[in-house]
Write a protein that binds this ligand. Structure first.
Ligand code: SF4
Length: 196
């Protein structure tokens, strides 16, 4: 395996034709943020605005996500944000299992480069792809899962919160759990001050 690097990652995503989703996209959306962040957030796939701008979570759902992070005093530029697939599925449909599996090579490389200690899984697609098909987002959101020393927290995708604002209360509880865990692990001592 070649030595991994951000240069190689971005080159591989730009050149990728491993699944049909690359056809017709305006821009691929590899993900962006603090490449040294202890916290990574993974969503489903780019939407229309993301496709136009080549950036993850910049449309209405992304703006809500920014506000959710701000509500726990976390500036957006202190985390890394990406998606399961790097190309926009037509009409914002859910990526197929084959598309998600094809794109995993890129997600694995960026996760290996960032080496986050905590990963938030935004929505059912991200949660099922990372934790397993048995995951049910309505049942398992807000629970901590551990895989190979990394902590995972599934929660609702911000798009789901825009469609169904009644879920915002549960999402807020999840964000508080996230803040408590980041504090306990002393991952953002300049923001949360660490454990007493
Ligand atoms: S979605 Fe991922 S695997 Fe499919 S073409 Fe785009 S970058 Fe490649």
């Amino acid at each position: 395996m070649p030595e991994i690097s951000w240069e190689l990652f971005h080159h591989q995503v730009a050149a990728c034709a491993l699944c049909p989703l690359h056809q017709g996209v305006r821009n691929k959306v590899p993900g962006q943020g603090d490449v040294g962040a202890p916290l990574m957030l993974i969503g489903e796939g780019p939407g229309q605005v993301e496709d136009e701008e080549g950036l993850a979570f910049v449309g209405p759902a992304g703006q809500l996500l920014t506000r959710m992070l701000a509500a726990i005093s976390l500036p957006r530029d202190r985390v890394y944000i990406c998606n399961i697939v790097k190309c926009r599925p037509p009409n914002n449909r859910v990526p197929t299992e084959e598309e998600a599996a094809a794109c995993r090579i890129h997600l694995r490389m960026q996760t290996a480069l960032i080496r986050p200690q905590v990963i938030v899984l935004l929505g059912s697609t991200a949660a099922k792809n990372i934790l397993g098909p048995e995951i049910r987002i309505t049942r398992d959101r807000g629970r901590w899962f551990e895989r190979k020393g990394v902590l995972f927290l599934p929660t609702y995708h911000p798009s789901a919160l825009l469609r169904d604002p009644a879920r915002k209360r549960e999402a807020w509880e999840d964000m508080q759990r996230l803040r408590d865990k980041l504090t306990e692990l002393n991952l953002y001592p300049d923001i949360y001050g660490g454990t007493p």
